[in-house]
Design a protein around this ligand. Structure first.
Ligand code: GLU
Length: 377
């Protein structure tokens, strides 16, 4: 039995562990924290816990809140330095608020601030899993945000949508609910005539991605539909459902779950835990460019052989995660490479019979074995 409709999200047998992501514009209004609204959401979280569901919160809002306190313009997003300073100030208030409101229901809040690298490095990722599991077992509600004050531009998630999906993977959650300022995914820009909301998406295909409009309505968060679909892809790979729903209403979870208003993304299948982690990685060490024949073979489940490779980008070592891309730059797969970048470059386009002379040793069976690869499209 798996989640098939929004109403299943309140069933602890189907959705035992939920990740709920709250966007900045929901938490922070022109007059500061939207305390009454947040109290309503926290009451819903307490109800979910009483039903036997574990809840992890991914809360944005630190930058928006801190910027207001410091009087910085553009909501603290004018520069990286402004965002980092704002986050440092806002995060204290944000955690305090969650701790206070959850505490009002007898629930202990636990703050975790994560960077991209905490979830990209396999050992640190497993550490996050262990901490989350322990906290949930001990009855706490983890409240997570990106550690914006230390993460530099290159190593940031930058949006909490993908962070929430990665956290769900690490926590082996059953569903992620992205509370946003829009009802769900529309088949075209929601302001265009005839735009229709899609209630159910089975697999984030290229057609689905084409529906995303890039603008974020509030201008306060940094998400937008593109990052939400990326989050849906990360969740899908791990066999986790994801919901995009409107958080602007009082008791937003009830409107989505009981009212059935939102877009539910159900996964087509489930990759193993290691492949899910690999496929959800956002930063890779390099790229291997392949020809059309190799691209087709990968799609049929084959390993990547040197003869189908046309080029190598980046500097990577044996065992590093790399992207496999086609001639247009479309990412076809992520995989762990059996050779370092220089060895790969030396055997580009060669049949295995010709590789030994170049490498000086017997070639491995593949450049990336299919067991160490996860397809992305
Ligand atoms: N981590 C950011 C914050 O706390 C929010 C990122 C986002 O907009 O998704 O303000």
């Amino acid at each position: 039995m798996t989640i098939a409709r929004l109403s299943d999200l309140s069933d602890p047998a189907l959705a035992r562990r939920l990740v709920i992501k709250v966007g900045s514009a929901l938490l922070v209004g022109p007059d500061g924290v939207r305390g009454a609204w947040l109290a309503g959401l926290v009451a819903e979280i307490a109800e979910a816990r009483a039903r036997g569901q574990d809840v992890i919160v991914v809360s944005s809002g630190a930058i928006a809140l801190g910027a207001a306190t410091l009087g910085l313009e553009k909501g603290g997003r004018g520069s990286l330095a402004d965002a980092q300073a704002s986050a440092a100030v806002g995060q204290i208030a944000l955690s305090g608020l969650w701790a206070q409101l959850l505490g009002g229901h007898g629930i202990t809040a636990a703050q975790m601030l994560l960077t991209l690298e905490d979830l990209e490095d396999r050992r640190r990722y497993l550490n996050v899993t262990a901490t989350l599991t322990r906290l949930l077992d001990a009855g706490a509600v983890p409240v997570i945000n990106e550690n914006d004050s230390v993460a530099t531009q290159e190593i940031r998630f930058g949006d909490n949508d993908r962070l929430a999906a990665r956290v769900a993977q690490a926590a082996q959650a059953h569903a992620v609910v992205l509370l946003s300022d829009i009802d769900g995914l529309y088949d075209r820009h929601p302001r265009l005539p005839g735009a229709t909301m899609i209630p159910l998406v089975s697999g984030v295909t290229a057609d689905v991605q084409a529906m995303a409009s890039t603008d974020s309505n509030s201008g306060m968060g940094s998400g937008g539909m593109t990052s939400k679909l990326q989050a849906a892809q990360i969740a899908e790979l791990a066999g986790i459902c994801l919901v995009i729903g409107n958080g602007q209403h009082d008791r937003p979870l009830a409107r989505i779950i009981e009212g059935g208003v939102g877009t539910l993304f159900v996964p087509r299948g489930k990759a193993g835990a290691r492949k899910a982690w690999l496929g959800g990685r956002l930063k890779l060490k390099g790229e291997i460019i392949v020809d059309a024949g190799a691209a087709a073979a990968l799609g049929r489940g084959s390993s990547l052989l040197a003869k189908g490779i046309t080029g190598i980008e980046g500097i990577f070592s044996r065992g590093d995660p790399v992207a496999i891309v086609d001639a247009d730059g479309t990412v076809l797969a992520h995989g762990l490479c059996e050779y370092d970048a220089a060895e790969c470059a030396a055997i580009v386009g060669l049949h295995s019979s010709a590789q030994q002379a170049v490498l000086g040793y017997a070639p491995r069976s593949a450049v990336i074995h299919r067991d160490q690869m996860v397809l992305k499209s």
